[in-house]
Design a protein around this ligand. Structure first.
Ligand code: SAM
Length: 230
């Protein structure tokens, strides 16, 4: 049976590329975005009552990871990228039908727009459905997952003086918690698993409209070098 789905909205996100997006929602509370609803859901009626809800589930399409050939096994970054697992045992982006799910904080409800934080979604992500988080049903005391029993350990993020000044200025201009966003995302250590880069190797990513560059002066320390307009 084939079934066609149509997005109800599109995410406008602080994340402009896949690199350095946290692996799950809630890991970076300063990661904010707007879900722009598409007709006919852009009218107030579709979101009436949602202001009573603190969090929503988003079902979305991993639109930048769609593949024709289904994979049965994947190598989750969480397991170091060198152990394979059944696709249904993981939250990998390469999966049948390319459907992702994230529970995110609902910061505001406007006709045609939902204001979100704690997101792990790329800019332009098509959203297929929105459902209210239901604490008594969705939070399961005693639930376990031996592969992902707790959030990944955060690593230290340090700033060059000038980079911190730059980040504060751009935060003011954007009206966004940019310093916190950078610290929360880089603390997740975006580099590929087990890569031990030389200290002179510089990494970069675009958040909002700024380019953030950093290096690893020690294997488990990030130093932010600059935050400049992309
Ligand atoms: N919370 C979701 C889930 O469990 O289905 C996503 C988990 S997935 C492991 C998180 C990663 O998806 C992020 O680190 C980001 O790189 C990637 N991602 C986010 N939005 C995407 C999109 N629209 N297309 C492809 N990859 C995306």
């Amino acid at each position: 049976m084939q079934h066609t789905v149509t997005p109800v909205g599109i995410i406008r996100s602080c994340f402009k590329e896949k690199f350095a997006i946290p692996r799950q929602p809630q890991l970076a509370p300063a990661a904010r975005g707007v879900l722009e609803l598409l007709p006919p859901f852009d009218q107030g009626d579709a979101v009436e009552g949602l202001e009573q809800v603190s969090h929503v589930w988003l079902l979305f399409l991993f639109h930048q990871a769609l593949e024709d050939k289904p994979r049965l096994k994947v190598r989750p970054p969480r397991l170091g990228g060198n152990r394979s697992m059944g696709v249904f045992a993981t939250r990998a982006t390469h999966r049948p039908n390319g459907i992702g799910q994230s529970v995110v904080r609902l910061e505001g409800v406007e006709p045609g727009r939902l204001l979100l934080s704690g997101i792990d979604l790329l800019d332009g992500t098509p959203v297929l459905d929105i459902k209210p988080y239901v604490p008594y049903a969705d939070s399961i005391a005693g639930a376990s997952n031996q592969m992902a029993s707790q959030a990944p350990a955060a690593i230290a993020v340090q700033w060059c003086d000038n980079a911190l000044l730059q980040a504060r200025e751009h935060a003011l201009r954007l009206g966004e918690p940019l310093v916190e966003l950078i610290e929360q995302c880089l603390a997740q250590d975006p580099r590929p698993a087990y890569q031990v880069p030389p200290a002179e190797r510089v990494y970069g990513v675009k958040f909002w409209d700024v380019q953030v560059r950093w290096h690893y002066p020690q294997p488990d320390v990030i130093r932010v070098l600059e935050v400049v307009l992309a």
